[in-house]
Design a protein around this ligand. Structure first.
Ligand code: NDP
Length: 453
């Protein structure tokens, strides 16, 4: 396994993959650690999560540089990501005990209630785009609930994967409560098959999700899947157009466009289309592309050169099928996996781009006659992760967000973001199950009924 800097193609470090024996030992150690961890008090778990938050904050600059080097994230965004992980630790340290308390349910029994019991070792398969956040948003509720975990991180971020194990140890968690497995995705099936693996969570592409869920399903092991998205943002005719354009660009360019919940399709009603496109284009073209270690950079290199090339091919295919490119659409003349902010318009339902996720700084803008058509196009996708509606009539926008858009999260006059307090996840091919909030901590527990006659 290698870390390759997407800024210049240099090999940062070579790593030796773990052998099957090493993987088995780590899974077994996590299982043994679970026997002790499951009976620890909530107070103890909360204290350790707060210590983990402190370690993250103390090392945030160094961790942001590691992300910049391994996958190109601009450092300011990396620091914000680490801080978000720390708040997630604190959120579950504070609220976890309430979420996990027994719930009394009145029946004819002397006493009947629900308790939330940990289930064991959970396998987390995580992507490179938010190398810390994706892991912590699973890990904090898992630890709080009394589970232990093993991580198969994306192959291009082994440094991040190993440092997460180090941070957990530094915070004082018991040995073996967490292990990183340096393995190829081809070896994941064997890990899922291990009898000590109780469940699997995966964040990544729909294709990887289907394979992992099929394997886990064949063994009746629960999965939570957080997959791709091609989120639609609807801009209605009474929207504050300038503000909407600013918010839409911010969302589209989060993490250089490589985010599952980044807005990817902008559906704009014809009355305000020209004004919206004017603002949108002008903001996009002023974004600064460059070395993610430098201050003031908006867009770093994409995480890998092959992902950048794949994105460029998608753009070219979209244009060949009739889309109009009004900005970008080219690989900039600089070293590294960079891609120019791009805007595509005039995409018809016959164009493959209509159905695909563009994982990079490429926006699709659709101009429609009215709200009904906007909703129809928004829902004409196999994805359903997060959408947004922009309108000054917030009641009307709320109605569309709540009742009309097919997605796991819908925001009004704001871009979709994850927040430790709110459940997060998708429908359709964007996955199932929820992370974060109360619902997230209940995914990997045995919701046990206890009945005393
Ligand atoms: P993948 O979905 O391939 O990778 C995500 C994780 O899943 C990685 O840890 C990967 O390991 C692992 N994985 C991949 N295939 C399997 C498998 N068959 N069995 C078990 N584990 C597997 O993402 P890519 O890096 O290839 O990116 C491709 C596309 O996926 C992107 O362009 C984007 O559309 C989408 N994506 C979505 C993300 C999201 O946040 N929802 C995040 C990342 C990507 P390994 O790295 O070793 O292959």
């Amino acid at each position: 396994m290698q870390s390759i800097n997407p800024l210049n193609g240099e090999i940062i470090r070579n790593y030796t993959n773990h052998t099957i024996e090493e993987v088995t030992n780590k899974v077994e150690a996590a299982h043994l650690a679970f026997q002790q961890w499951r009976i620890t008090s909530f107070e103890n778990r909360s204290k350790l999560l707060v210590q983990l938050a402190n370690v993250l904050r103390k090392r945030k600059d160094e961790l942001a540089v590691l992300m910049a080097n391994e996958m190109g994230k601009p450092v300011a965004q990396g620091i914000a990501e680490v801080e978000k992980c720390a708040s997630c630790c604190e959120y579950y340290a504070e609220n976890g005990p309430d979420f996990l308390n027994d719930q009394l349910i009145k029946t004819e029994a002397q006493k009947s209630y629900v308790s939330f019991q940990p289930i064991g070792v959970v396998l987390a398969i995580m992507p490179w785009n938010f190398p810390f956040w994706q892991v912590f948003r699973f890990l904090c509720p898992a630890f709080m609930a009394g589970n232990t975990a093993v991580l198969k991180h994306a192959s291009n971020v082994p440094g991040c994967a190993l440092v997460i194990e180090e941070l957990i140890n530094e915070a004082g968690f018991p040995n073996d409560i967490f292990h990183t497995l340096l393995i190829d995705s081809k070896e994941v099936d064997k890990v899922i098959e291990h009898p000590f693996i109780s469940a699997v969570t995966l964040t990544g592409s729909t294709e990887a999700g289907k394979k992992v869920a099929a394997k886990a399903g064949s063994l009746i092991k629960k999965t939570v899947l957080e997959l791709g998205g091609s989120d639609a943002y609807l801009v209605l005719k009474d929207a504050d157009v300038k503000k909407a354009a600013e918010t839409c660009v911010t969302s589209r360019l989060i993490n250089s466009g490589q985010s599952c919940i980044a807005a990817k399709r902008f559906i704009v009603v014809k009355e305000i289309a020209e004004e919206f496109i004017g603002h949108f284009k002008s903001i996009m073209e002023h974004k600064k592309i460059g070395n993610p270690l430098e201050n003031g950079i908006d867009i770093g290199p994409l995480a890998r050169i092959d992902l950048r090339d794949q994105l460029h091919q998608q753009v070219q295919k979209a244009i060949a099928n009739g889309a109009k490119c009004i900005l970008g659409g080219e690989i900039p003349k600089m070293d590294g996996a960079f891609y120019t902010p791009t805007i595509l318009t005039e995409i018809t339902a016959e164009n493959p781009a209509f159905y695909e996720e563009f994982f990079g700084p490429v926006a699709q803008i659709y101009v429609v006659n009215d709200e009904d058509e906007a909703i129809k196009i928004a829902n004409s996708t196999s994805f359903g992760l997060g959408g947004a509606v922009f309108s000054q009539d917030s009641k009307r926008a709320e109605h569309i967000a709540n009742n009309e858009l097919e997605a796991g999260s819908c925001f009004v006059n704001a871009f979709v973001k994850s927040d430790p307090r709110l459940p997060f996840g998708g429908i359709k091919e964007s996955g199932y199950g929820r992370e974060l909030g109360l619902f997230g901590i209940h995914e990997f527990v045995n919701i046990k009924t206890v009945y005393i006659s």
